[in-house]
Design a protein around this ligand. Structure first.
Ligand code: FAD
Length: 372
């Protein structure tokens, strides 16, 4: 029986046909993957549809090709769904990268709808190794209503004007092939001032061996950076929260704590190098906040966070919970295993994320990687 996808009313739509051998098997594998990432899956005739926060993607098997459809409430959501579909197509298809073009809404855009150039307004030290950079830009309303994260397009070293990527006909970015190519890094909007048209981003200064950290170290008012976002999920409603992270997740934890109602309860655990990296945190909720200190150990080398997570007393099973971690990859794997396989927490309540990986730059591929 054919079932209509949950949000069939979404008004921005596009479709593409892609030649793929064994389309049924291909669709099965892609949608198994979407299900693992908590998408809501609905069967459709000879295929499936997956609903995400920003829109939905469906794939239908035809003789020797797949018909992909994406839908969203606005242009930004549609661009996101096109990239998501194209990205997974390339990841799961065997053999050569398929060539295809979307038709429908959003075709021919010269820039991604959620991309903007932003300018450094101010640079401030929060702690010895945390630098707050205030960026100004236009049309920031979406940052008040959507998730807290963004992708920064860090200009080349000499700070000369970069060439930004543009949307390709398959929905994925087309990058400049010259030395004007920016590098992409993921960060968090620590705070937003819609009136002033600014956002604050807190950068961990972990040395000058990362392009994000080095850019923050040298940033001056007037410098330009590319920003695509916001991305990520908004904080879910819950009665009890467990927020876990090292310095890189401190901005999102601080922002989440500030947004919690006084009735919320929970635990926040933050690992920093030492006391000088602690920050005053403002919140009304009944949260037990614990700071952990590495005391000389390098970031990403201790089991402090994993041990602390294992020691947390979880609330009774019927409590509405939200549990998140933003940590180094090794801790991420241990924490995810504990929450999912030992405590059997419901996947939709639990968001463990590897915020960085020791010895590896963001986006650096590893063929042996577990998905994260
Ligand atoms: C959703 C999300 C939100 C994030 N929000 C923030 C944020 O608000 N602020 C923030 O500072 N970071 C944040 N991060 C983490 C940030 O994206 C990574 O730390 C990223 O690697 C930094 O880029 P880079 O160019 O400085 O270093 P890269 O070029 O990616 O890495 C270069 C080297 O530095 C190492 N490295 C990277 N990060 C660290 C670190 N923190 N400590 C020690 N060594 C490190 C790498 O292992 C690698 O060896 C976030 C990550 C995610 C996924």
């Amino acid at each position: 029986m054919q079932t209509e996808p949950a949000e069939a009313k979404r008004s921005f739509q596009a479709q593409a046909e892609v030649a793929i051998a064994d389309p049924e098997r291909f669709i099965e594998r892609v949608f198994e993957h979407f299900a693992e990432h908590d998408a809501e899956i609905t069967p459709i005739e000879r295929g499936s549809s997956a609903a995400f926060f920003l829109g939905e993607v469906s794939m239908q098997a035809r003789p020797n090709n797949v018909l992909m459809r994406v839908k969203a409430d606005d242009e930004t959501g549609l661009a996101f769904m096109k990239s998501l579909a194209a990205h997974h197509l390339i990841e799961f298809v065997q053999g050569e990268r398929p060539r295809f073009a979307w038709t429908g809404d959003g075709v021919g855009l010269s820039q991604f709808p959620n991309f903007r150039e932003m300018t450094v307004e101010r640079v401030a030290h929060v702690t010895p190794h945390m630098r707050r950079i205030t960026l100004s830009g236009s049309d920031l309303g979406r940052y008040a209503t959507h998730g807290p994260h963004l992708m920064l397009f860090v200009p080349p070293e000499d700070n000369a004007m970069p060439e930004w990527p543009v949307p390709g006909e398959d929905g994925l970015p087309v990058w400049p092939t010259n030395d004007r190519r920016p590098q992409v890094r993921t960060y968090t909007v620590r705070s937003l001032d819609l009136g002033a048209g600014t956002i604050d981003v807190d950068f961990v200064l972990h040395g000058d061996h990362g392009v994000g950290s080095r850019w923050a170290l040298n940033a001056r008012p007037g410098d330009v950076i590319g920003v695509r976002g916001p991305t990520g999920r908004r904080r879910p409603e819950a009665d009890w929260y467990l927020l876990v992270g090292d310095e890189t997740a401190l901005p999102v934890i601080a922002r989440t704590l500030e947004s919690l109602p006084a009735s919320a309860k929970g635990v926040a655990i933050i690992e920093v190098s030492d006391e000088s990296e602690q920050q005053p945190m403002r919140y009304d909720a009944d949260i037990q906040l614990r700071w952990l200190h590495r005391n000389g150990a390098e970031a990403g080398t201790t089991s402090l966070l994993v041990d602390a997570v294992r020691a947390v007393k979880m609330p009774p099973a019927e409590t509405r919970i939200h549990v998140m971690a933003g940590v180094e990859y090794t801790a991420f794997k241990a924490i995810r295993r504990y929450w999912r396989d030992e405590l059997h927490l419901n996947k939709k309540d639990v968001v463990p994320v590897a915020y960085w990986r020791r010895g590896r730059a963001e986006g650096e591929a590893d063929p042996d990687d577990e998905e994260n």
